[in-house]
Design a protein around this ligand. Sequence first.
Ligand code: 5GP
Ligand code: MG
Length: 190
Amino acid sequence: MVRAFHDFGRFTLKQLLSEAQVQAGVRRLAAEISAHYDGRPLTIIGVLTGSVVLLADLIRLLDMPLRVGVVQARSYRGAATTPGALTINAESLPEIRDCEVLLIDDIFDTGQTLDELFAQFGRLSPRSLRSVVLLRKLGRSRVGLEPDHVGFEIPDEFVVGYGLDYRDAYRNLPYVAALEAGELVEGAGA
Ligand code: 5GP
Ligand code: MG
């Protein structure tokens, strides 16, 4: 079994977005979000674990009254379960009925995670429900939903850093990098 966390450094990284570019993107997202909510109270919900870095940076650039919650979304894509079926651990969620809610995730790939979260959160009767992602992969979406705020469009490559992992490693990189495809181990989840 490959233990990428302990093999840190053995993969070839190709930087896609520098730390300065990422930070500029986060400031752009904060400006868009501030303009949209115009000082109204906001409940921001981070999708664990990939969104935590963006969440921490973004909320410090927002100055409306703000609550923060997190949700664990785990998709099972094995043969025994429906592809894309998602379970949500809502234990650490604040009350969102009648609140303006913004879901925050690291990356929009096929869109299935956010699409399913929207369906499930919609049943909790928020006043409004929107989404922000740092990255969106081009040409991959399999759903009708579009994220409301997107930091960067990126090519269809497997990326790590700024919250995104490969087998639990690399989340702490301050920049975004692609891993060389030939070095990836089949079946690595995110
Ligand atoms: P989706 O449901 O949109 O296909 O996938 C969303 C989730 O898949 C993300 O929250 C992330 O956990 C994972 N994911 C998709 N693409 C990548 C990638 O390039 N790198 C990493 N580290 N995770 C990814
Ligand atoms: Mg994720």
